[in-house]
Each structure stands twice: as structure tokens, then as C-alpha cells.
Design a protein around this ligand. Structure first.
Ligand code: NAD
Length: 380
């Protein structure tokens, strides 16, 4: 549940590297617009993360920025990384900036919507009739599982052969809290949750299935189904529209959410949210970011698609501010612009394309054309 807010909202902005500053810069125009229209005082602080932070501070994120993140109502994140920093050891690479934020703020719920825009049906690898109307939300557990389990490492066996190992581990509480997030959000959608695991071959999968079933019993109006992860990968390609909300662990969620994103054919369009449990204020800690990376190949040209980041701010309106009407209106404005044929280069398919700034101009103009909703704060 999101508590009513007092019209003041602390937003930490971490643009990062490559196209990060460009797409975040465009998104701040949209933030400013909603602030003025809905009378919300967005108190914006900017910080360094990723390669930008390495260059200035020698580390992908400083303690001070992590503290700022903790003191904020939400974080708007661009993207990090680039070949300049690729040779660094894993623990000091730009990507550690985002991992540290996720861990420090316990952002365990990663929400990855995969929506297919009818205007871009031809961008998908699948036939249009399979993906028209596609609207999946993948809820991925993001702070536990095999990416964090201990022990992990590499060793040399007695016979001199190299060996590597990771540990997949989940507690009952870790599974239950991500399932609650999935069920709560499903109630605002089509009320269907598919829980994905490998209960047939993994102990963690068996516990996952048991706990998901127990949590489901507390949401009588939401239908639960179970699916093995390998079958889910296949079903995403065969009949993706069968899914409403998918809830799954860290590893399967990482893979399946990229597969679902590929169905839509539009890396530059897709947003994401990473949420903690609700705090005393009723709001979760939250980080919003596009799903794509820093796109060094087009950085500095002003041609990056800002929509994934702008829609990430839409998720902030929905999940941190409880302003579902405003979020819906932003999503409708993006659809209207795409329907008008406005395209950045990544989705132009050979047709004329516009700059990042012109795409944002078009979204702001579409918002101007739509009616202004009353300021209401709804629970998510
Ligand atoms: P990428 O997502 O940056 O780019 C893949 C392709 O998609 C590129 O051709 C790029 O030009 C295009 N693209 C991506 N976003 C776009 C946008 N908004 N508009 C137009 N085109 C867009 O993936 P990559 O090339 O594999 O990685 C580049 C760097 O980003 C690497 O250093 C990687 O580690 C990092 N990365 C960071 C994040 C993150 O910050 N969360 C996520 C993924 C990758």
C-alpha cells in the first residue's frame, strides 16, 4: 500500500554512463511537467554512479551516494558501463554500482513489464498474431538465490582439475515476500499469477512451489498456476499471451525477463522497477531504470530512445506515489506518439527518425492534449 504523500518527493537521479545522462535528461523534463501539473515538489539531487563515479571517486558508487539513496523516496537510474572500464576486476566494475544499491536498499522485487505496442508489431521476432496485446509483468526476486548464495568460488581439485561452484539458496521468508508482491500487483491486473521454478529437480524449487501455494491461499481472488522454468521459456515463445504476472527466482527471472523483452522487439522502450518492502511511510524504497544498458555505440549523438526511462518514471508515479491515473496517462501519451509514427532510430525500421529530444517533445505534446486528472493517491 502506498500512503498518501505530502506533495514533496525526494528523487535521487543517477544518470550513469553512455546514453544514461541523455535519456535521464529527457526524462527530467517529464518529471518537471508532472510536478507542475500535479503540484508535487520533486526535490531532485544528482549523483555519480558507474564509470562516471570510478573516474571521479575511484569506485563505482560512494558510501555517500548509497546514504543519499537511503534518504530518498526513489531513485531514477540511467545506465552504467562502457569499454573503458571493462578490464577492471569484477568487484570494481561500473555494474557493481547498481548491484550495491540493490543490496544496500534491499530492493528484492524487480518488476519487468513486457508490453507489446500494436504500432511496433513488426519489430518482434514472433508473428504479429502471437504478440498483439501482449502485456506480461515479470516479478523477479533480485537479492537472493544463486547470484548471492555462499559458498561460491573456484578451486583446484586434488587431481589438478579446475572446479567452480555457486550456491542456490532461498529461505521461506525470501520466497513469501516476493510472492506477496506478485499477488498484490496481480489484483490490479488480470488476477493471474504463474509461479515458475524447477521443483522437479531442485530443493529450492520444491520449497518455492510450497510457499507460493501457501501465499496464494491468502489471495482467494487471484488464480495461481505453476510452471517449470524450461517450459516457461518455451511457452513465452509459443503462446506468450497466456501470461499475466510471472513470479520467479533471481536466475530464472533474469533469463525469462530478457526473453520476454525480446518478444516486444524494443529494448529502448521497456522500463523496470526494483522495490523493497514498504517502509513505515507505507512506500517501498525504489529504484527505477530502463532495461537497456549504456549503449556506448550511440552515446553522445542525441539519438537514444528515452521512452524506457520515461516509462520507468511512470512506474515511479504508480508504485512510489500511488498515482495510477497519472501513470496511465503517461503510458497513453507514449502509445499516442508511437501511433502518430514518431520514431527514434532504434524503432524506425528504415523510416525517418527523430532525436531523443524530439521524441520527448512529442510525448509532452501528447500529454498536453490529454485531459488533466484530479490528484488522487491510490494504493498499488
Ligand atoms: P545495451 O543495452 O547498452 O545496447 C544494446 C544495443 O541496443 C546497442 O546497439 C544499443 O545502441 C541499443 N540500445 C540500447 N538502449 C537503447 C536506447 N535507449 N535507444 C536506442 N538504442 C538503444 O547493451 P550492451 O551493448 O550489451 O552493453 C553496453 C554496456 O551497458 C556494457 O558496459 C554493459 O555492461 C552495460 N549494461 C548496463 C546495464 C545497466 O546499467 N543496468 C544493463 C545492461 C548492460
Amino acid at each position: 500500500m502506498v500512503a498518501a504523500f505530502d506533495r514533496s518527493f525526494r528523487l535521487l537521479v543517477l544518470p550513469g554512463d553512455g546514453i544514461g545522462p541523455e535519456i535521464v535528461g529527457q526524462t527530467l523534463r517529464v518529471v518537471e511537467r508532472f510536478g507542475a501539473e500535479l503540484d508535487i515538489d520533486f526535490q531532485i539531487t544528482q549523483g555519480l554512479v558507474g564509470g562516471a563515479s570510478i573516474d571521479t571517486n575511484g569506485t563505482p558508487i560512494t558510501d555517500a551516494v548509497v546514504d543519499q539513496a537511503r534518504a530518498s523516496d526513489a531513485i531514477l537510474f540511467g545506465a552504467v558501463g562502457g569499454s573503458r572500464w571493462d578490464d577492471r576486476p569484477r568487484a570494481t566494475r561500473p555494474e557493481m554500482g547498481i548491484l550495491r544499491l540493490r543490496q544496500s536498499l534491499d530492493l528484492f522485487a524487480n518488476l519487468r513489464p513486457a508490453v507489446c505496442y500494436s504500432e511496433l508489431l513488426d519489430a518482434s521476432a514472433l508473428r504479429a498474431e502471437l504478440i498483439e496485446g501482449l502485456d506480461i509483468l515479470i516479478v523477479r526476486e533480485a537479492t537472493a538465490g544463486v547470484y548471492f548464495g555462499l559458498p561460491r568460488g573456484q578451486a583446484i581439485d586434488a587431481d589438478g582439475a579446475r572446479r567452480a561452484y555457486d550456491t542456490q539458496a532461498y529461505t521461506e521468508a525470501e520466497i513469501a515476500r516476493i510472492c506477496h508482491v506478485a499477488f498484490q500487483i496481480a489484483r490490479t491486473r488480470q488476477s493471474r499469477v504463474c509461479s515458475v521454478d524447477k521443483a522437479n529437480v531442485m530443493e529450492t524449487g520444491a520449497l518455492w512451489r510450497t510457499v507460493a501455494t501457501e501465499v496464494a491461499a491468502t489471495y482467494p481472488n487471484v488464480a495461481l498456476s505453476h510452471m517449470y522454468a524450461d517450459n516457461c521459456a518455451m511457452q513465452l515463445l509459443r503462446q506468450p499471451r497466456q501470461f499475466d504476472v510471472i513470479v520467479t527466482d533471481n536466475l530464472f527471472g533474469d533469463i525469462l525477463s530478457d526473453a520476454a523483452a525480446a518478444l516486444t522487439g524494443s529494448l529502448g522502450l521497456l522500463p523496470s522497477a526494483s522495490l523493497s518492502a514498504p517502509m513505515a511511510s507505507g512506500r517501498p524504497r525504489a529504484l527505477y531504470e530502463p532495461i537497456h544498458g549504456s549503449a556506448p555505440d550511440i552515446a553522445g549523438q542525441g539519438v537514444a530512445n528515452p521512452i524506457g526511462t520515461i516509462l520507468s518514471f511512470g512506474l515511479c508515479l504508480r508504485h512510489s506515489l500511488g498515482l495510477s491515473d497519472a501513470a496511465d496517462r503517461l503510458e497513453r501519451a507514449v502509445r499516442a506518439v508511437l501511433a502518430d509514427g514518431v520514431r527514434t532510430r532504434d524503432i524506425a525500421a528504415g523510416r525517418p527518425s527523430v532525436s531523443s529530444a524530439a521524441m520527448t517533445d512529442a510525448i509532452l505534446a501528447a500529454l498536453d492534449r490529454s485531459s488533466s486528472p484530479e490528484l488522487t493517491s491510490n494504493p498499488v
